[in-house]
Design a protein around this ligand. Structure first.
Ligand SMILES: CC(=O)SCCNC(=O)CCNC(=O)[C@H](O)C(C)(C)COP(=O)(O)OP(=O)(O)OC[C@H]1O[C@@H](n2cnc3c(N)ncnc32)[C@H](O)[C@@H]1OP(=O)(O)O
Ligand SMILES: CC(C)C(=O)C(=O)O
Length: 377
């Protein structure tokens, strides 16, 4: 594990907004930045200043909002990009260029030498302007390692503060990414940020593997929003660091659901019930054995306490419920079911849930009870 503290870099406002079809209104961008700042994000990548217009205005407004967080603008290693960032008032710039031959040849239609030259010149320029500089190796995971090392070394020499290792198309897995990050850390004395995409569902695991290998910055987005299958999710990385790696970044995690719901609304993207950490099913228990266990001790089927992320525990009565859940549910209505009554009621409830193809609401449960045992006094 890295000896340096782990720093979260949230890019919901840049890579998150690059999700095909997503647009945040300017006031939403500012509100999101304030929320991220409030929960404890130390660095916010606010967008792409060279786009101009609304984007530039929103970034400028975020810079003027008096936040504690560092505000970063994303740039190509191009003078007009960096000048646009400076005009917004950011204190940090991402200077991004591809290091893989596939990108260099087919996208940039250029050479490795050109890539190095652009990156070095842009980094020197940004440093002269007093910026914190993160040099981004786009498509690092498909780059030849020797060239990536040369790029990292040149970035360091030009004054870069860190290297952002980008698994741009999300093709890495944790064991390989661990080896790669370790190699870079062994060869070049530079801090590393993990920027991982989720094309194979491994963005969070890959980010954590990078941390284990010595990376100490982790790029994330709320809900894992981002290009294609998205990025490593803020809520997953922070909670995994806390509970699996014992690294508590002191985030206001109890606001995670509020923030996730806001981003979901602002992006027009669903917050799935089964979403790790913040989905409404995280602490909903239907299966009889689970509901029974959780009532005896929540730790039996919960990784952490629901309040820690702003959720509540729920016992759901459905097809897979058992008698312990039924008794607990009816106790909430002030009805004490005997073991015998619970056993009699269970098959009736099960058959209603099957015919409705869903769990039962409280009122429906009472109707089944009254149909069977008669109306309560
Ligand atoms: C992996 C990532 O997430 S990278 C970040 C991607 N984000 C975005 O693209 C969102 C914001 N982008 C934009 O608003 C626009 O694409 C702009 C303003 C950056 C550029 O717009 P345009 O000038 O119209 O160019 P367009 O988008 O069509 O094409 C991109 C150009 O940038 C070049 N380019 C791409 N990456 C880089 C780079 N890192 N460094 C230098 N040039 C680059 C491409 O080769 C292409 O140049 P060409 O027109 O000479 O072939
Ligand atoms: C440009 C970088 C930072 C990126 O978003 C990626 O490679 O996925």
């Amino acid at each position: 594990m890295s000896e340096k503290g782990i720093v979260i870099v949230d890019t919901t406002l840049r890579d998150g907004e690059q999700t095909a079809g997503v647009v945040f209104a300017n006031r939403e961008k500012v509100r999101i930045a304030k929320l991220l700042d409030e929960i404890g994000v130390p660095q916010i990548e606010a967008g792409v200043p060279v786009m101009g217009g609304d984007e530039k205005e929103a970034i400028r407004a975020i810079c003027k909002a008096g936040l504690k967080a560092s505000i970063m603008g994303w740039n190509r290693p191009v003078l007009k990009d960096i000048e646009a960032s400076l005009e917004c008032g950011v204190d940090a710039v991402a200077i991004s260029i591809s290091t893989s031959d596939i990108h260099i040849k087919h996208k940039l239609k250029s050479s490795r030498e050109w890539v190095l030259e652009q990156m070095v010149n842009a980094t020197r320029f940004a440093k002269r302007e007093g910026m914190y500089v993160s040099v981004n190796a786009e498509d690092a995971s498909r780059s030849e390692l020797d060239f990536l090392l040369e790029f990292a070394g040149a970035a360091k020499e030009a004054g870069a503060d860190r290297l952002r290792y980008c698994d741009t198309v999300g093709i890495m897995e944790p064991f390989t990414i661990y080896e790669q990050i370790k190699r870079i850390k062994d060869k070049v004395d530079i801090e590393i940020e993990m920027h991982t995409h989720n094309d194979f569902g491994m963005a969070t695991a890959n980010a954590l593997a990078g941390v284990k290998a010595g990376a100490n910055y982790v790029g994330v987005t709320v809900l894992g929003l981002g290009e294609r299958a998205g990025n490593a999710a803020l809520e997953e990385v922070v909670m995994a660091l806390k509970h699996l790696y014992d690294i508590d970044l002191n985030f206001k995690t109890e606001m995670f659901v509020e923030v996730a719901e806001y981003i979901s609304r602002a992006s027009g993207r669903e917050l799935p019930a089964w979403k790790a950490i913040v989905g409404s099913n995280m602490f909903a228990h239907e299966s009889g054995i689970h509901a029974d266990g959780v009532q005896k001790n929540p730790k039996t089927y919960e990784a952490f306490q629901p309040e820690e992320v702003g959720l509540l525990r729920q016992i759901v009565i459905g097809k897979h419920s058992g008698t312990a859940a039924l008794k607990a549910k009816f106790a909430e209505f002030g009805i004490v079911l005997t073991d015998h009554q619970a056993q009699e009621l269970l098959p009736k409830i099960r058959s209603v849930t099957i015919s409705l193809k869903r769990n039962l609401f409280d009122k429906e449960l009472m109707y089944v009870y009254e149909d069977y045992f008669g109306k309560r006094d």
